[in-house]
Design a protein around this ligand. Sequence first.
Ligand SMILES: Cc1cc2nc3c(=O)[nH]c(=O)nc-3n(C[C@H](O)[C@H](O)[C@H](O)COP(=O)(O)O)c2cc1C
Length: 381
Amino acid sequence: MTTRRAILQTGGAAVVIIGAGAGGWALTRAPEKAREPWSMAGKSFGDWRLDALAYAILAPNPHNMQPWRIRLDGDDALTIYADLARMLPETDPPNRQITIGFGCFLELLRQAAAERGGALTIEPFPEGAPEKALDERPIAHIRAAPGAAEADPLFAAVLDRRTNRAPFKAQPVEQAALDQILIAGGTDVIVSSVNSGDRIDTLKALAREAWETEWTLDRTRRESIDVTRIGKREIDETPWGLALAGPVMDALGAGGVLTRENMDIPEKAAYEQSIEFYNKAIDSAAAFIWMSTATNTRLDQISAGAAWIRMQQAATLQGVAFHPLSQALQEFPEMAGPYARAHEMLAHQPGATVQMLARIGYADAPPPAPREAMMSKLIRA
Ligand SMILES: Cc1cc2nc3c(=O)[nH]c(=O)nc-3n(C[C@H](O)[C@H](O)[C@H](O)COP(=O)(O)O)c2cc1C
């Protein structure tokens, strides 16, 4: 318990620092530079592709790795590649989740172009779909299509969408809001939900077990720790990966309590609190939603991403907070038990793949997550 007290005391000290600091010290701890891409979307870059890409890079993606590499082709086309240095081989060995992130990216690109009336032809995996893991081949080729596209009402949520890891209020999610979220998922995937009854508790227990499996295994925990940025300076300097932002995190980091080294040592407050933080989030779930696909091809994963972001946008418009909990769906060997039970419980038919699972509920929205500048993702033709 001493370790726990240490972090709480330092948390208290942080509050003292904030109180005594002249000129709103807390406000100056916001990683503003890392959040700039959220205000760049909507500006005109003089090329429809850049205008649409400024939105696409705001897509949700695993561990915020932002693995996009974008090549502009001629005047009216572009090709998207995966940055193979930004994969998550320990927690996502087949790059299934990374591919879902590309599905989210492509859907936002489509919506952003449609907002200006532009239709796109999106051809996923034009040189063939990689099987075991993503490779050098393109993820998608996109070109302007003839004719006009209709604006998508879900686009209204693009700048307000957040991954919300906060504990949710004890407030049920009404069936009507849930229905809107499920409808937004469309028909390419099978979407389901639960907002009452024992099943919620069973899912919470499963999500906790899966999270503890991921965190207590050295190589999967370290994959997250390696891309964790603590405090304003680190986040602004390296605006990808998992960000621990805000004045308390900043002060704990500066005080040497919250460090990547300590996060990796069992019994240290930073290690234990990481488990606790996520478990508290899981326990406060008001409802769960998930989706499954009959097969698990790369195209299924791209479709799952498109459906997923649409559901998250619908949730945003309904004022519903949204937090994916992917651990039990991960394909590394030590997760086999939770994976099998998650599939028994959630797959719409035997042999189907559960692509995503999230808890939803109500909580204040966090500030936007860091993003790298859109221009920095362009590669030479
Ligand atoms: C396929 C996929 C899986 C994800 N799984 C998790 C998860 O298990 N836990 C979590 O906290 N966030 C998860 N996320 C959310 C990302 O971490 C988040 O999108 C990223 O950090 C950027 O933040 P933003 O969504 O607020 O822009 C997932 C996102 C995607 C696309």
